[in-house]
Design a protein around this ligand. Structure first.
Ligand code: HAM
Length: 440
């Protein structure tokens, strides 16, 4: 049987939904997002960071090389495709690689920059609570500064962000990946330790045994976890210098009064890390409990080596933790201060001008544009949370007045324009004295 063809512009109802693992962000939650964003900018500016905005689409090779082509992010999670010009491109799965691309292209000018970014990232993972396919990161990168103080400062900044958002109860875990020179010895040490039980590892880890053995250490499979518990801490295979680096970071964290638990199995899933790596977790998040992750890294672009230290925080997870802590997004919603009610259609045009005047003066103002009955308009004012209603009908127009109703106590009085402006200005603590134009 032939299916009826959809009419032009007709969409199936499933297309009203966003793609799986992606969300629309609407009021009132969007106001909590805005609060997180502005509180973050405030803190980041205090630490001397400038915002950077990079494209959402990049060459696929940027991520493959920077993150590592044997990582899960590149192998299993990246949204990559060919564009119409058959160029291989990818939706960014994270922000660090893009920032490094900018730093590499900018030359000396950004060699010791402090940059932060805030925006959507994309990973085609199996969606579950706290794991989305489009999610948002707030990330910060301190370029250059190859010393432990920069790592400690970065961690301190992250914790300040959490406290600016009103989030307590987060836990910090720290470890080291050592340097590139340590890698062979570390890999050999893990291989020696896990070689005899290789066959008992999960399928992914059997593959990682040859391709990226360090990643076995943070496999979530319960059986692998038990086997990994017997592996000596990776620092045992590292150079004295790498161990001293970690010790210095821990000492500085102590100095800054920051609790950090050493987790010798923390390796993080991106290959660009050297030296310090860390993660901040929160018990409200369940299985996906990492709020933020970060570390020191080194990139090579052509002959150019760039070092930095930074972190990224998953804002959806921060929202989940805030929600679990009882934060109500509606508390952040701005409410309409004044609602203009039109009692007779002949007053509408003047009321529209009044609403515009109030808005120009900085007062948030609602008005009914549909000519609804007065009862409906009052209900709309109530729903919008208006503190004041200005009512105008034929009688007020004849007298050149406005009826101002205080929604808290129900009192109302007829006022001329200058008094109306002054009353609202005082009540709303806004400078909005009437001008000559208002009284005409
Ligand atoms: P990452 O650990 O891959 O690190 O991601 C950082 C944070 O992004 C995670 O801790 C988590 O909160 C959030 N996140 C990751 N994937 C998802 C997802 N599918 N759904 C929801 N949230 C998610 C990085 O991306 C590094 N670039 C961090 C960094 C910056 N290291 C140094 N500089």
């Amino acid at each position: 049987m032939n299916r009826p063809r959809p009419l032009p512009n007709q969409m199936a109802s499933e297309s009203f939904q966003p793609l799986q693992g992606m969300s629309d962000i609407r009021a009132p939650e969007v106001y909590l997002w805005q609060h997180l964003e502005s509180a973050s900018r405030n803190v980041l500016e205090r630490y001397g960071f400038d915002e950077i905005r990079t494209p959402v689409l990049e060459r696929e090779a940027l991520f493959t090389r920077a993150i590592g082509d044997t990582t899960d992010v590149v192998q299993k999670e990246m949204y990559n495709f060919e564009d119409r010009g058959r160029r291989k491109i990818a939706l960014r799965p994270e922000g660090t690689a893009s920032v490094m691309r900018v730093v590499a292209s900018a030359g000396m000018e950004l060699q010791d920059a402090r940059l932060y970014y805030l925006g959507p990232m994309f990973r085609c993972e199996r969606p579950q609570a706290g794991r989305k396919r489009q999610f948002h990161q707030l990330g910060a990168e301190t370029i250059g500064e190859p010393n432990p103080a920069a790592d400690a400062e970065c961690i301190a900044l992250q914790l300040q962000l959490l406290s600016a958002w009103g989030l307590s109860g987060a836990k910090l875990q720290i470890n080291t990946r050592g340097t590139a020179e340590d890698r062979d010895a570390v890999a050999a040490g893990i291989r020696d330790s896990l070689g005899p039980v290789r066959g008992e590892l999960c399928e992914d880890c059997q593959r990682r045994f040859d391709s990226n053995i360090m990643r076995i250490l943070d496999c979530k499979n319960p059986n692998c976890r038990t086997l990994v518990d017997a592996v000596p801490p990776v620092t045992e295979y590292m150079s004295e210098g790498s161990r001293a680096y970690l010790a210095e970071v821990r000492d500085l964290l102590n100095l800054l009064d920051i609790d950090a638990t050493l987790n010798p199995q923390l390796v993080r899933g991106l290959d660009y890390y050297v030296h310090t790596v860390w993660e901040i977790t929160h018990s409200a998040l369940g299985a996906q409990d990492a709020l933020c992750g970060g570390g020191r890294y080194r990139f090579t672009f052509g002959k150019k080596g760039i070092e930095g230290v930074g972190f990224a925080m998953g804002l959806e997870r921060v929202m989940m933790a805030l929600e679990a802590a009882g934060v109500d997004p509606a508390e952040r919603s701005p409410s309409t201060q004044v609602y203009v009610v039109t009692q007779h259609e002949s007053a509408f045009r003047e009321n529209l001008v009044l609403a515009q005047t109030l808005r120009l003066r900085g007062i948030s103002c609602g008005i009914d544009l549909r000519g609804r009955k007065i009862k409906k308009q009052m209900q709309a004012a109530d729903r919008a949370g208006a503190r004041w209603v200005v009512i105008r009908g034929e009688a007020e127009m004849d007298e050149g007045t406005f009826l101002l109703k205080n929604m808290a106590d129900g009192t109302q009085e007829a006022l001329e324009m200058p008094e109306l402006m002054e009353r609202l200005a005082t009540a709303l603590s806004i400078r909005c004295a009437a001008t000559d134009e208002d009284t005409q």
